[in-house]
Design a protein around this ligand. Structure first.
Ligand SMILES: [Zn+2]
Length: 227
């Protein structure tokens, strides 16, 4: 593209004939930057002083691209004196303020990231995760082998001692799953046998904690008792 003046370059950018996205990860604004190099810094600055607030607001990305190309400092603070009193100076100041605010916010964030804060956040997230997957983990514990072993133990336990054994022993599978394993047997047993206080307490605990079959069993035994 043949560009003979800075004004023409501005038009090419404003009309979208040249990429003025800033920053642009595709072209890096190189075609525009290279064209810009044909003009002297003083000439560009004096043309920038003529730009209207409206044009600058509409082409803020192009303005930032130009500033990044002609300034010594990344923010363009060195151009403020040259642009003083113009709309471009106002726009540049707003950009610098914005960048400073971002810098300050970033510094505050980094300062808040103490080792203690980081590990506290990590622990909180872990607890949350464990909480969210608790149900899945309990189900996973009820593997076929685990259930078979637990079932063997339970089968060797006399009816009246099952609640006590399940409450006081880790059988390798979740107590939630064990509820399903012993439900029919205990329902039958407690239909013809009075439940003792200690057994009822154990069952109440299981029902409160694991619900499911335990809660169902408790409610059946209670309603049977009340009859
Ligand atoms: Zn681009």
């Amino acid at each position: 593209m043949e560009i003979s003046s800075f004004t023409e370059l501005l038009e090419a950018g404003a009309s979208g004939k040249m990429c003025t996205k800033f920053p642009c990860t595709t072209c890096g604004g190189l075609p525009f930057r290279n064209a810009l190099k044909a003009f002297t810094k003083d000439g560009v600055l004096s043309d920038l002083r003529q730009l209207s607030e409206e044009f600058l607001a509409k082409n803020s990305s192009m303005f930032r691209l130009i500033v990044s190309e002609i300034s010594v400092f990344p923010t363009g603070g060195d151009l403020l004196a040259d642009l003083d009193g113009s709309a471009a100076a106002k726009q540049l100041l707003a950009n610098i303020d914005f960048q400073n605010q971002r810098f300050v916010a970033r510094q505050a964030y980094l300062a808040s990231q103490t080792p203690e804060a980081i590990s506290r956040g990590r622990l909180l997230r872990k607890a949350k995760r464990l909480d969210a997957t608790a149900l899945h983990r309990d189900k996973k514990l009820a593997t076929v082998d685990g259930m078979r072993a637990a079932s063997d133990t339970v089968n060797l336990t006399p009816d009246h001692r099952i609640l006590e054994v399940i409450t006081g022993t880790d059988l390798g599978v979740s107590k939630e799953a064990l509820g399903g394993l012993v439900f029919s047997r205990l329902r039958k047993f407690y239909k013809s046998n009075t439940i003792e206080k200690s057994q009822l307490d154990a069952l109440s605990d299981l029902a409160d904690t694991y619900l499911g079959h335990w809660a169902k069993l408790l409610s059946e035994i209670k309603s049977h008792k009340n009859r």
